[in-house]
Design a protein around this ligand. Structure first.
Ligand code: TNX
Length: 509
């Protein structure tokens, strides 16, 4: 009878509805340890309050912001101790480190403990995945809001877990960035690298060189509309990310991939002539003028203004595919630019091509090739240089899933979900072991994409697969178990309006 009534939606008291809680074992990335308490559930009701300390207040408000729209409950946040949902900066195991947490769910309380706020934030993302999928709705849903009982203790394998979005080939305005941020933090991404400049567009306002954005930012691939972030826009993104424990890594790509800058200022060109703006898809044809002193004034101005907008430690200088720059010029250039970045108090990240110069001990190299043997990268790792793993044939979200995929490119191969999942970042490149790997980044180049739907179709479900490699212990790696847990994310994405690729490799419910 209860089933019948619930199907007809007639007068069934909440507690009799036949709705099982989500399984404690369905979290992506899989936690370090998960111990269910069979038969125990916590029910979030109109009386459930959130208890915080000064250091967890912001995260408490963030959690309340997730619970209120779908439950319709007040989810009041108290700066006090009490019985309900507690976010505590004490009592976590030492193993939790800077980003880990312990989550305890009993019949009467939910408690997240962490050593630092970032850990509480990641614990909240785990809790978010343990709520019924309708919790992601923006409108009030019926419930009941059951959370499975048990304990999760969790911490990351790698400290850098990144997504990259190319906003240069196609521009994505602030709301699209915020939308992607909200989707990726659910999978414990903690860095968003924004590729802010390329041949086809310059996307950040620089006061000392205003034509970069106003002229160089007006174009995009295929003649599509351009655009750029004002400093206020960019700060809005940075602040939105800070609250979500996500570090924005800004990139100005150089010395190649600079046609938009060279087109904006004739004086930056060796021959003093500005090239036309470019809306095609070729790479490797442009270069800043390495022998020109003004080039370094330009870079110092740009890096200075960008560093002032940047809250995190990193500034990415690109450095890839500089095939119009001689090897000697390239080394001269990268060595000098690293000094400029350091002078502005930031740490350099560059694509691994920068290892052809003399990298600073602090410089981080982002490996992007499809090969697994690379002597230059292995030698750098041997000297202690840290590597971010972005092998194009595993992590490039702009590669097609299969030949028939409407969006994307194929130069690094087809990447189905299993291909994205089946590799080991700590042993992928010969000579680059676990301790040399800072983390994993999933780049999304935007030659073929224009909208949030396009982003989502290429990022989901591969981004969660890659973040499981970046967060979960290597010993937990198991395709069969992963595809079960991933399947449970599908209904959640439907409620969130994420336009994911329903891969036939996954048994979606
Ligand atoms: C290579 S990977 C590039 C980008 C392209 C991408 C397309 C790398 C460091 N450079 O300029 O957008 O391929 O997949």
């Amino acid at each position: 009878l209860a089933l019948l009534l619930s199907l007809t939606g007639l007068g069934v008291p909440t507690h009799t509805r036949l709705q099982a809680p989500v399984s404690l074992g369905s979290v992506v990335p899989v936690p370090v340890s998960t111990t269910p308490t069979p038969g125990v559930t916590f029910e979030i009701t109109a009386n459930t309050a959130i208890f915080v300390e000064p250091g967890s207040a912001q995260i408490g408000c963030y959690l309340a912001g997730i619970l209120r729209p779908s439950t319709g409950f007040p989810a009041v946040v108290y700066l006090a101790t009490g019985v309900g949902i507690s976010l505590l900066l004490s009592g976590a195991p030492a193993s939790a480190g800077a980003e880990g947490y312990q989550l305890d769910i009993t019949a009467t309380s939910i408690t997240i403990r962490a050593n630092q706020a970032a850990g509480l934030f990641h614990g909240v993302q785990t809790l978010r995945q343990l709520l019924p999928v309708t919790a992601e709705s923006t409108t009030v849903q019926p419930g009941p809001w059951l959370v499975p009982g048990g304990q999760i203790v969790d911490y990351p394998r790698f400290s850098y877990r990144g997504a990259m979005l190319d906003v240069a080939r196609h521009f994505f305005p602030v709301p699209a960035i915020k939308r992607y941020v909200d989707q990726i933090v659910l999978y414990k991404v903690n860095h968003l690298h924004l590729h802010l400049s390329d041949d086809q567009g310059w996307r950040i306002a620089i006061d000392s060189w205003p034509r970069l954005a106003s002229y160089g930012g007006a174009t995009a691939v295929g003649g599509d509309p351009g655009g750029y972030y004002t400093k206020a826009d960019y700060t809005e993104i940075v602040n939105y990310a800070v609250i979500r424990h996500l570090t924005i890594v800004p990139e100005i790509d150089m010395p190649g991939h600079t046609n938009a800058a060279l087109a904006s200022y004739a004086k930056l060109n060796c021959n003093g002539v500005a090239p036309a703006r470019y809306t095609g898809m070729k790479v490797g044809f442009s270069s800043l003028c390495v022998g020109l002193e003004l080039t370094y004034t330009f870079i110092d101005n740009v890096i200075g203004e960008l560093a002032a907008l940047t809250r995190g430690p990193y500034l990415h200088i690109g450095g890839d595919e500089a095939s119009s720059t001689s090897a000697a010029d390239y080394a001269t250039f990268v060595n000098r630019v690293q000094g400029i970045v350091a002078a502005h108090g930031k740490t350099v990240i560059g694509f691994h091509d920068v290892l052809n110069a003399t990298e600073l001990p602090s410089t981080v190299a982002q490996f992007w090739w499809t090969t697994t043997a690379n002597a230059t990268v292995a030698q750098a790792a041997g000297r202690g240089t840290k590597i971010i793993m972005s092998p194009a044939n595993k992590t490039y979200l702009d590669m097609k899933y299969r030949n028939s995929t409407r969006l994307g490119l194929k130069w690094a191969g087809l990447i189905e979900v299993q291909t994205a999942y089946e590799w080991n970042p700590g042993a992928h490149v010969a000579g680059v072991g676990e301790s040399s790997v800072l983390g994993v980044e999933a780049p999304l180049w935007s030659e073929t994409i224009r909208t949030s739907n396009d982003i989502e179709y290429l990022a989901f479900p591969r981004l969660p697969a890659l973040m499981e490699l970046a967060w979960s212990p290597a010993s937990s790696h198991n395709w069969e178990a992963f595809r079960q847990r991933l399947a449970a994310q599908g209904p959640r994405w439907q409620v969130m309006g994420v336009d994911f690729y329903p891969s036939p490799q996954i048994g979606w419910p």
